[in-house]
Design a protein around this ligand. Structure first.
Ligand code: SF4
Length: 355
């Protein structure tokens, strides 16, 4: 897109596209809808409207209730129907009202009036029209001079309020150049590796989406007959009680209270390590030796679930010693061995009868 075609109008349209994407993202996390059951008021208490909402203090997006009096939010508390947090919020979440009404919150566009990098930078308030005009002009100049890829956006973690706006704005103008360190260095690698390693979705306890070990904790789930049957949990270099206080932290406390044993592999004496049934403070770099020794014992003593490993893992596959990858049936028996669609490889397994 040339400078001539990037007008203020197209810039605003692009912003609208980005804004719509952001709205969709927000809608997935929760919505601010008025409850049909406002909190009853006592003789001297204000009438409170309760809005089910979601804390956006970080990527966990904990469900919460916001109580409003005369249009002012006066209290936030966790939503008891939340599947893992069960009504908890961390300190940051509980204090989101201070963020909302902070006198230091930026509520309108500011333009720097001092030199860039000045020790005591000064700013002046400008109108939205002026801010949009200035941004559109600068972006258009950069694209005209260096191409669309020069429009670069960087944003913090997925909990950032402007996450989708900042990520989608360059894309709307034809640039894929976005940078999100938390996503690029943490979430996406493990998400991608999970698919490659065992064909499944991300299974990190660091993600709110991974709730298998906590299933059955919420009263709503219990009412549906979902049972909580996590007996032993291995936390390998993870500190859910600290990094996800309200959700996994709460979940861990519930599991421990129900007798779940935990094995924590961590050189640090972390909060989860202090409560572990077994704490293995491995020397950094020796994790691989530890896990291989576990495999050895599990295999030698047949401690694995045979049916599960047979049908849901690649354990029965024969490995090509040269490539260290499972043998493809076509490599051993020829093209006729491909009896499934081409994108579903057929592997060679151990024959129980012949060994
Ligand atoms: S963990 Fe805390 S800050 Fe993050 S969404 Fe939940 S309550 Fe908010």
């Amino acid at each position: 897109m040339s400078q001539a075609t990037l007008t203020r109008r197209t810039f605003v349209q692009s912003a609208a596209v980005a804004g719509a994407a952001m709205f969709m993202g927000s809608a997935l996390g929760g919505c601010l809808g008025q409850s049909d059951k406002p909190t009853p008021a006592g003789p001297s208490t204000p009438v409170l409207d309760m809005y089910p909402s979601v804390c956006h203090g970080c990527i966990q997006a904990c469900p919460c209730k916001v109580y409003v009096s005369d249009g002012v939010a006066i209290k936030i508390e966790g939503h008891p129907d939340a599947p893992t947090s069960l009504g908890s919020l961390c300190l940051k979440g509980s204090n989101q009202i201070h963020t909302c009404y902070s006198p230091r919150r930026v509520l309108y566009p500011l333009k720097r009036t001092s030199e860039r990098g000045a020790a005591n930078a000064t700013w002046e308030r400008v109108s939205w029209d002026e801010a949009i005009e200035l941004a559109a002009t600068k972006i258009a100049e950069a694209i005209e001079k260096y191409g669309t890829y020069s429009f670069f956006a960087s944003v913090g973690g997925g909990g950032a309020y402007s996450f989708m706006q900042a990520m989608t704005m360059p894309m709307a103008l034809g640039s894929p150049t976005v940078f999100e360190p938390g996503c690029a260095q943490c979430y996406l690698p493990r998400f991608t590796e999970a698919a490659y390693m065992y064909g499944g979705a991300d299974q990190s306890i660091a993600d709110a989406a991974v709730l298998e070990c906590f299933k059955g904790l919420a009263p709503l789930e219990e009412a549906k007959g979902v049972t909580q049957d996590t007996k032993v949990l291995v936390l390998w270099a993870a500190q859910p009680s600290v990094s996800q206080t309200s959700q996994s932290g709460r979940g861990m406390a519930e599991l421990r209270a129900r007798g779940c044993k935990t094995i924590v592999v961590d050189p640090n004496f972390s909060p989860d390590a202090t409560k572990a049934t077994i704490h293995l403070p491995v020397r950094p770099g020796s994790d691989a030796a530890l896990v291989l020794s576990w495999y050895r014992v599990i295999l030698d003593e047949k401690l694995y679930d045979e049916e599960f490993t047979k049908y849901f893992t690649n354990m029965p596959f024969l490995i090509n010693p040269d490539t260290k990858l499972p043998w493809l049936a076509t490599e051993v028996f020829g093209d006729d061995a491909q009896t499934t669609p081409a994108d579903t490889p057929v592997y060679v397994c151990v024959d129980e009868n012949t060994g």
